[in-house]
Design a protein around this ligand. Structure first.
Ligand SMILES: [Ca+2]
Length: 403
């Protein structure tokens, strides 16, 4: 079977609606999108370069990251200048300033968390990028900076970050541009879950590293004692689950309190996974996709000791960003999971019932969607990916007939 992969980095889809229609690149331009139950309208609120993640703050203020290392506030219809105090990031390939989330007590403590690719303080001399045919041509092998995902906590004070403190790091740091992960979610009991990608080094089964894992820490970076009750002996104490590839979405289902992630498969086999403490999700021993050099990987069904995905996508959707929609402005989506799609160029809607999930519908948008987030009024924000990126607000099409 021929499996359909995703375009390599650098060949990202350029023919999106907003770029082929110059008027739509301007603020306030409106575009329509079709759903099963009617039309949506998308309004461009701001232009951004390589936007990656939105955090919605009280008062419907937004924090938005741009991968080159900029964090901006969006409020009263305006984008701020870059916020001062962001840690130094290494911007290349999939790395840079990645996610931002607000602490659950942000209204009183103004505390946020940033994830980013952090260069090592001391760089090795004469380093070479150890290419691997299994990762194909997914980015040039010329990046020899030693780096890893890191998470910093900071207090937002006006347009400045204060008390910046790194609370978690991928260890050890690696050379290469890919698979950082970097998404974060707080549980109801205020533990911070972090998706840690495998850095294209196939480290997910190695208990000595926290790469290719879902990690769980206390908000101050200390480790919860009950992480230690699971996993193999000598496993790292920050690890919650193992065997992940490049998870770029994480969210709790408010109905069940179950934790879900999605992760990019290789050639085929993107995954929607229900996270259970101590479980192993199989990468790179099993996958429903194949390596980029078309080496086959045994599917999940051959190894029942690994927890299989609840949904597996081939062709891939290239999922990025995940929320459970709580609002009522899009009534068909209340309680469902919304996923941004990069190569699938739109939003993928997933119906989740307890431990089951199935794809409900797709909203084609003709653009790589890097993130989707819910506004206080139940409308949606999406980030159009790429150098000519944008913040877009989605609302039900006004005056449109709904069937
Ligand atoms: Ca898996």
């Amino acid at each position: 079977m021929t499996r359909i992969g995703r375009p390599p980095l650098g060949l990202s889809v350029m023919g999106c609606l907003l770029m082929t229609s110059p008027a739509l690149a301007q603020q306030d331009a409106v575009q329509e999108f079709n759903t099963r139950s009617g039309k949506l309208q998308g309004e461009v609120l701001a232009s951004l370069q390589h936007p990656w993640k939105i955090a919605v703050l009280p008062g419907d203020r937004l924090l938005i990251t741009e991968k080159p290392g900029r964090l901006r506030l969006f409020e009263n219809g305006k984008l701020s200048e870059p916020i001062a105090g962001v840690p130094k990031v290494h911007f290349a390939g999939q790395g840079g300033l990645l996610a931002v989330v607000a602490h659950p007590g942000f209204a009183t403590n103004n505390t946020i968390y940033l994830s980013y690719s952090e260069p090592a303080e001391e760089q090795p001399a004469g380093a070479k990028d150890p290419g691997d045919p299994r990762i194909g041509s997914d980015g040039p092998n010329s990046d020899v900076t030693l780096k890893g995902l890191a998470v910093a906590r900071a207090v937002l004070d006006g347009n400045t970050l204060k008390e910046v403190d790194v609370v978690w790091r991928q260890e050890p740091k690696q050379i290469g541009r890919g698979h950082f992960g970097g998404q974060m979610a707080f549980s109801g009991d205020e533990k911070l879950f972090i998706t840690s990608g495998e850095r294209q080094r196939f480290l997910s089964q190695d208990p000595a590293t926290n790469a290719g894992k879902i990690v769980r820490i206390n908000p101050d970076g200390s480790l919860p004692a009950d992480n230690m009750e699971q996993g193999p002996q000598n496993a790292r104490k920050d690890v919650w689950t193992t065997g992940h590839r490049n998870p770029l979405g994480i969210a709790f289902d408010p109905a069940s309190r179950n934790l879900w992630i999605h992760e990019m498969g290789p050639l085929g086999g993107d995954e929607f996974n229900l996270i259970e403490r101590g479980a192993n999700y199989g990468w790179p021993i099993v996958s429903n996709g194949d390596h980029y050099d078309e080496q086959e990987i045994p599917p999940h069904a051959t190894r029942p000791e690994f927890k299989p995905p609840v949904i597996s996508w081939t062709p891939v959707i290239s999922p990025a960003g995940l929320i459970f929609y709580r609002g009522t402005r899009f009534p068909d989506w209340t309680g469902k999971a919304l996923i941004g799609g990069l190569t699938s160029e739109g939003i993928v809607v997933v119906e989740v019932k307890g431990e089951d999930a199935r794809e409900f519908e797709r909203v084609p948008m003709g653009m790589r969607v890097r993130d989707v987030m819910e506004a206080a009024d139940g409308s949606l924000y999406v980030l159009k990916d790429g150098k000519d990126g944008a913040l877009i607000r989605l609302t039900p099409r006004e005056n449109a007939a709904r069937r």
